[in-house]
Design a protein around this ligand. Structure first.
Ligand SMILES: CCCCC/C=C\C/C=C\C/C=C\C/C=C\C/C=C\CC/C=C/C(=O)SCCNC(=O)CCNC(=O)[C@H](O)C(C)(C)COP(=O)(O)OP(=O)(O)OC[C@H]1O[C@@H](n2cnc3c(N)ncnc32)[C@H](O)[C@@H]1OP(=O)(O)O
Ligand SMILES: Cc1cc2nc3c(=O)[nH]c(=O)nc-3n(C[C@H](O)[C@H](O)[C@H](O)COP(=O)(O)OP(=O)(O)OC[C@H]3O[C@@H](n4cnc5c(N)ncnc54)[C@H](O)[C@@H]3O)c2cc1C
Length: 664
């Protein structure tokens, strides 16, 4: 058997559910499915969007090619009159980090969220037509996580009615802003506002960086690229920049003034809007990152699952075929929880999008009551989903054995592009510590204030602290109420225990720092409650299609019981479960894996990923892995000639024992 074509045809026949209906469930609605299917095919069939050769290109060529793709995409958007939603899908399927990510996901949202009506009227039409290109310049060489610690200054000059933007030290150089090194004409620069020698907090300012006619940096601005990043191709299509400001003057009306204003006289006016709204763009992007985690994880899982069905090792009898590696229980116990996680993250991402839309509408009406909850949810779920996705992609590489390490597997570039998501938009530990602040506050108020939203389960604090799990058989774990209650009890007990230990410290901040590792674990437990509960809520909805709901239920139990198994130390230490009950959960997990097994290929087909998006020989839809790997090896430019450069100069003299007289 040369290729794996026959294996995947057989695998697809085993499916016990309607794959087309599952595609709709994954996409969210029939309309969403049809839209994304159309755009995915548009990209896959356009040779300009080819990306298989990306890891072989040098930086300059890679970057130029990326600019070409963006220009071509923009032309398509105009020619085909694509909506904003379609344009965002186009960018997703082109699958190449570029300056437009910053333009559409940070620059424009920052103006929308933090600008006044007048500022929005001026800047948004220009940005939406790409007549100005903007980036988000917050992080500095010496300061990233601690936004209040930024050093760049914006000093008001009442003489000229301008702000003077300045980088007083080397460490205040802006460092990382994407799109900035070579492309953006403007940036939202976060800087310390100084009025009459007084510091008034960090604010955002629209600063022009380049001349719109000839693209040269404006006087007082030093700008460049920060250098090559992890992996070939990957995030190197993005021009992450360094900027140094030397007393750059901008008009007063270019400070984003929804949250606070500076008058013509240089007076600071604090409105009723909470200062945290200055961080609103990050909340928006964190929510987007959660919604996108399932896309990245599902790609890796699709590759690893298809390849695991094609790949055979051991067990051949009488010259018959070896065993498909997907049939090994160990392979299943590593792969199927990731498959289930992709679905879990998809549904929690959908919910978070809804939550964000709701908060945004409230903020527009000056209702800020749900902001702390939205911040905690976006920060915590960003941390949970990106960490699990980054680890999951690496696990998928290992699940593909040696071939997973080949660039042509598609996994190395996916990993290299994805991992910074654990760091950007808030380091994942720093984000979990934000959740911890929210949880500690919630727990400390339990006696007199009813927790709401995602912490509402803590209203039952007494029951969750005192009652124990009633499961007696593996079968009894197949009950969503039982599973959710176990997660809620473990989370409540961990949060309350942290609260009790914190109360022993005289200085709460000192206590928080001392217990921060435990607080991060309690925050993770709370975020897992959210993911598990939102999966259950999804299952309570009507989900059409033969067998679709049943398979999603199986995936729910795989996700939840796998987490329970992985974190059984917490469940046991908090006393909610007995070792016997934890062991029964693990027994049930093995049974669930055998229910996933015949459906595995159909479940990854349901992601509807094109071969273009996967860009992976191992994950090809047709499973024709070996002939294509062989073909790709000989198509590699390194194999253009049998004698590589340097062989005659450095190897032959060694073979001939003539190295001493060779010119090196
Ligand atoms: C080939 C494969 C392709 C796969 C794709 C690969 C990857 C892409 C993956 C996903 C992409 C998807 C979409 C993204 C789209 C576009 C974006 C493109 C690229 C992104 C590039 C990255 C950009 C950046 O990184 S921008 C910089 C981000 N920086 C940070 O996040 C800094 C983090 N730090 C902070 O947020 C704050 O400093 C802090 C840690 C929160 C602390 O702030 P501080 O003011 O000191 O506050 P505290 O004193 O701690 O708290 C005061 C009070 O305020 C509350 N608070 C804090 N923050 C918020 C908030 N945002 N909203 C509301 N409230 C907030 C806090 O809880 C506290 O409340 P309390 O007083 O009640 O306790
Ligand atoms: C690919 C990429 C693109 C980016 N794009 C942009 C952009 O467009 N615009 C922009 O402004 N920025 C951008 N950034 C910067 C990014 O937002 C920061 O790197 C990120 O916020 C983390 O900050 P840091 O680098 O200062 O990490 P640090 O805070 O220095 O983290 C270092 C370590 O310290 C730990 N740590 C820090 N603080 C605490 C604490 N309080 N308690 C416990 N542990 C702590 C962290 O967990 C981490 O382990 C980008 C970064 C990357 C990697």
């Amino acid at each position: 058997m040369e290729g794996g074509v026959d294996y995947l045809i057989d695998e697809r026949k085993k499916a016990q559910f309607d794959v087309e209906a599952m595609k709709v469930a994954w996409a969210g609605s029939r309309q969403a499915f049809e839209l994304s299917d159309r755009i995915a095919k548009l990209v896959a069939n356009d040779p300009i969007f080819e990306k298989f050769s990306r890891p072989m290109l040098g930086r300059k060529e890679l970057f130029k090619n990326s600019l070409r793709k963006v220009a071509h995409a923009w032309k398509l958007i105009i020619d085909l009159r694509l909506s904003e939603e379609e344009a965002k899908l186009l960018r997703h399927y082109i699958d190449e980090p570029a300056y437009t990510d910053l333009q559409w996901e940070m620059f424009i949202p920052a103006i929308e969220g933090q600008g006044t009506e007048e500022q929005k009227r001026k800047w948004l039409p220009l940005a939406r037509k790409m007549q100005v290109i903007g980036s988000y310049a917050q992080t500095e060489l010496g300061h990233g996580s601690n936004v209040q610690g930024l050093e760049t200054t914006a000093t008001f000059d009442p003489q000229t009615d301008e702000f003077v933007i300045h980088s007083p030290t080397l460490t205040s150089s802006k460092w990382w802003p994407g799109g900035t090194a070579k492309v953006s004409t403007h940036a939202i620069v976060y800087a310390r506002l100084i009025l009459d020698g007084q510091f008034h907090g960090v604010h955002g300012f629209i600063v022009q960086l380049r001349n719109l006619e000839n693209h040269t940096p404006l006087p007082g601005i030093t700008v460049g690229d920060i250098g090559m990043k992890f992996g070939n191709g990957a995030y190197n299509t993005m021009d992450n920049g360094v900027i140094r400001f030397n007393h750059v003057h901008i008009p007063r009306n270019q400070m984003l003034m929804r949250v606070s204003q500076v008058t013509r006289e240089g007076k600071f006016v604090q409105s009723d809007v909470p200062r945290q709204l200055l961080y609103g763009t990050m909340v928006y992007v964190r929510q987007k990152i959660v919604a996108d985690a399932s896309k990245a994880l599902s790609r890796a899982v699709c590759i690893a699952t298809r390849y695991s069905a094609v790949r055979r090792q051991f067990g051949s009898r009488n010259g018959g075929p070896e065993i498909q590696v997907i049939d090994y229980k160990t392979q299943q116990s590593r792969l199927f929880p990731l498959l289930a996680s992709a679905y879990a993250f998809r549904f929690v991402g959908e919910w978070l999008k809804w939550l964000y839309t709701d908060v945004k509408q409230r903020l527009e009406a000056n209702d800020f009551s749900t902001l702390p909850e939205a911040h905690a949810c976006t920060a915590g779920l960003k941390s949970l989903t990106t960490s699990a996705t980054a680890d999951g992609i690496e696990e998928c590489r290992k699940l593909c054995g040696g071939h997973g390490y080949l660039v042509s597997s598609g996994i190395p570039e996916l990993f290299a592009t994805y991992v910074p998501a654990c760091t950007f938009e808030g380091d994942n530990v720093v984000m979990m510590l934000q959740v911890a602040r929210f949880l500690v506050k919630t727990v400390s108020e339990l006696g007199y204030k009813q927790p709401v939203g995602t912490t509402a389960y803590m209203r039952r604090v007494t029951a969750l602290m005192q009652s124990n799990c009633a499961v007696r058989t593996a079968e009894e774990w197949l009950n969503p109420g039982v599973v959710v209650e176990a997660f809620e009890a473990r989370s409540t007990r961990m949060a309350v225990a942290c609260g009790q230990r914190l109360a022993k410290f005289e200085n709460p901040e000192e206590g928080f720092a001392e217990l921060s590792a435990d607080l991060v674990e309690a925050s993770l437990a709370h975020c897992q409650v959210i993911v598990v509960s939102k999966f259950v809520e999804k299952l309570q909805q009507e989900i059409p299609g033969k067998g679709v709901k049943r398979l999603l239920e199986v995936l729910f139990y795989v996700y939840a019981l796998f987490l329970l198994h992985k974190h059984q130390g917490d469940f046991l230490a908090t006393g909610y479960l007995t070792p016997k009950q934890a062991s029964l959960a693990n027994d049930q997990l093995r049974i669930l894996y055998s229910k996933v097994r015949p459906n595995a290929i159909a479940l990854v087909d349901s992601f509807n990923h094109t071969d273009h998006l996967l860009s992976s020989i191992l994950g090809r839809y047709d499973g024709n892995v070996y002939p294509k790997l062989y073909e790709a090896a000989f198509n590699d430019p390194f194999n253009d000639s049998d004698i590589a450069d340097g062989i005659h100069q450095y190897v032959q003299p060694m073979l001939r024992q003539e190295l001493h007289s060779a010119k090196l």
